[in-house]
Design a protein around this ligand. Structure first.
Ligand SMILES: Nc1ncnc2c1ncn2[C@@H]1O[C@H](COP(=O)(O)OP(=O)(O)O)[C@@H](O)[C@H]1O
Ligand SMILES: [Mg+2]
Length: 242
């Protein structure tokens, strides 16, 4: 595969990202945006399978391999981010399954791997074992956690650490996840609006990430809290078990 083709794919990716950012700004048309997000996600699926096809043809020693893997993983990350937005527009809930919060955290950290490395963010996992399973919609909860994680990475422009910690709270029979970043923290004013739709302080933000995350967590019987001070922000999820 030619380098120019890698560049074309990367340009397509950028176009898809720009398009998403543009759609997010058209607030009154959120419903229509959901439909377009769906289409963008499908197009990314085509790019992803193309990259996978190319990868399957390359030998481990081929120097283009790394570039194609980068394309493949980035497409995967974006597709999963989009899943979070689709969650908002979903018609009905997906079936709840006994799920491992630790496994979900593993999937999320895998997806943010590229972006966190690029931003100089060190990802640390402190996962409790054993941890009881919880009855949730795993892919919806995964996209909620993905949204929190991306916020954490975005908050640490100059690098930092993102800590995922799971715990069993025996007293109130909950399984908890804390996603902690070492970013600047959230102002009091922002904290009051955090979970409201379209609240954003980012130039290209949608303000839908935490709104969507809260909706999903609540629909799955859980609770979401935020604790923030300069240098330490924690998003805490708690789900009942057993
Ligand atoms: N970890 C964090 N550190 C600092 N600010 C945060 C963090 N998470 C969320 N925020 C604030 O909450 C706002 C809303 O977040 P979100 O709903 O995900 O929308 P978006 O990321 O598109 O702005 C962000 O714009 C930011 O101001
Ligand atoms: Mg966000």
């Amino acid at each position: 595969m030619e380098n120019s083709e890698v560049k074309t794919l990367q340009k397509n990716l950028q176009t898809a990202q720009d398009e998403l950012a543009r759609l997010e700004r058209i607030k009154p048309l959120a419903g229509a945006a959901a439909a377009v997000v769906h289409d963008v996600r499908n197009s990314l699926g085509v790019i992803q399978s193309t990259a996978q096809f190319v990868l399957s043809k390359l030998r481990p020693s081929d120097k283009e391999k790394e570039a194609w893997e980068l394309v493949e993983r980035n497409v995967e990350s974006i597709r999963n981010l989009l899943k979070g937005y689709l969650g908002l527009a979903r018609q009905s809930e997906s079936p709840k399954e006994e799920s491992s919060l630790n496994e979900i955290v593993d999937r999320v950290t895998h997806f943010i791997d590229v972006q966190s490395k690029k931003n100089g963010v060190q990802v640390i996992k402190k996962l409790a074992s054993p941890l009881p399973k919880i009855l949730i919609e795993p892919s919806a909860v995964e996209s909620a956690i993905l949204n929190l994680s991306i916020n954490g990475v975005e908050a640490m422009a100059g690098g930092g650490s993102l800590i995922f910690e799971t715990q069993l709270n025996k007293q109130n029979k909950t399984v908890c996840l804390t996603v902690q970043d070492s970013g600047p923290g959230i102002s009091k004013e922002a904290r009051d609006n955090l979970f409201k739709p379209f609240f954003t302080t980012k130039a290209k933000g949608s303000g839908m990430g935490l709104y969507s995350a809260k909706a999903i967590v609540t629909q799955n019987g859980g609770k979401i809290y935020c604790e923030s001070e300069p240098g330490r922000t924690r998003m805490i999820l708690a789900f009942p078990h057993g």
